[in-house]
Ligand binder design. Structure first.
Ligand code: ATP
Length: 332
């Protein structure tokens, strides 16, 4: 099987190579097609997201991606925004679940953040009206609202989940979130067997901080989803453990929630768990369900056993030791 690999930059090469080791150890023969993205690509191709990289993903359909930095102040548009828009990866899906052994103040967190990936304030449409005055456009369209809410309900149905919560700020952004809310309510009626509720985004933050356990599937606009994804990662142990997928009707790109972490890059101490779990999501997507489940189990056992863990998980190990432990538990 061919899968495009975007190592990215910062800790990207360290954590993606750990993920490739784990996939191989799980017995899936992946032919990784390496493609450039991030700081290195900006230097070698003059573009942090070269067209050739997008073409490789279009050709092979599935990619595993490390974090990529968009050079700031050089006129480049965000790599992630371009990738998601260019491949129409309209749904970002981030499963957030308490992991036994990872010390957090919360128990029984098991929720999915579904984020609209192509519109909202991250549409990237900004302009200067006059010097000192900038306008950013928040684009909300009916088809995009309907398809992301439908995605959330379809996900809930196939994953056996019971409740979809739509998060918004319709009392302030009456037109844009008003339309989104209207679409959400209409789509919810197509799924009478799944509970639906609506929550203003500020209330959601408060309730997540107090007790995240009742939440199931959350669906929301792009910027809200970006913020809530990081918040939810914090509920279960931080950025180092939460995986993610960017999905469209044709292509799928799997990546961790975290960024390139330049503060710890090149030291071999980054936690590869999030990218390893993203690789497991990728395997599940392509139908390698048994291998995906084995990797998830091996990660859970490793974190519970507590040996070789990286510093962010309270351990004294490094990228290699935790990867070795996960591979060891694959065979258990
Ligand atoms: P971006 O804007 O690209 O999403 P960010 O500003 O959210 O990035 P990150 O690069 O995700 O920042 O890093 C935030 C903090 O979390 C940093 O202190 C970083 O070292 C830490 N961190 C991120 N990922 C990991 C990881 N895999 N292992 C250990 N620490 C990490």
């Amino acid at each position: 099987m061919k899968v495009v690999l975007l190592e990215g930059d910062g800790i990207g090469p360290e954590v993606t190579s750990a993920a490739c080791r784990v996939v191989a150890a799980a017995g899936v023969a992946v032919d990784w097609i390496r493609a450039d993205a991030g700081l290195n690509a900006a230097e070698t191709h003059g573009d942090p997201l070269p067209e050739v990289t997008l073409d490789l993903i279009r050709q092979h359909r599935v990619a595993l991606k490390g974090p990529c930095t968009t050079p700031v102040g050089k006129g480049y548009r965000s790599i992630n925004v371009r990738l998601r828009k260019g491949l129409d990866l309209y749904a970002s899906v981030r499963p957030v679940k308490t992991i036994p052994g990872v010390k957090v103040p919360y128990e029984k967190v098991d929720l999915i953040v579904v984020r609209e990936n192509t519109e909202g304030l991250y549409a990237g449409l900004e302009h200067q009206v006059i010097p000192g005055v900038i306008e950013s456009l928040r684009v909300i369209t009916k088809p995009a609202c309907e398809r992301i809410v439908r995605y959330a309900f379809d996900y809930a149905r196939t994953a056996g989940r019971k409740r979809v919560t739509f998060c918004h700020k319709a009392d302030v952004m009456r037109l844009s979130d008003g339309l989104f809310l209207e679409c959400a309510r209409a789509v919810a009626e197509e799924y009478p067997f799944i509970a639906f509720d609506e929550k203003p985004i500020d209330n959601l933050c408060l309730e997540l901080a107090l007790d995240p356990s009742p939440f199931d599937v959350l669906v929301m606009e792009n910027l809200f989803g970006d913020v809530i994804s990081d918040l939810c990662a914090g509920l279960v142990g931080g950025l180092g453990v939460v995986p993610g997928a960017n999905l469209g009707s044709r292509y799928a790109v799997f990546e961790a929630v975290h960024g390139s972490a330049p503060d710890i890059a090149g030291q071999g101490i980054a936690n590869p768990t999030a990218v390893i779990r993203s690789a497991a999501m990728m395997l599940d997507y392509v139908g390698e369900r048994a291998a995906a489940a084995r990797i998830e189990l091996a990660v859970a056992r490793t974190l519970q056993a507590g040996h070789g863990l990286t510093k962010d998980l309270g351990g004294t190990g490094n990228t290699q030791t935790i990867t070795d432990e996960i591979i060891k538990h694959l065979g258990a």
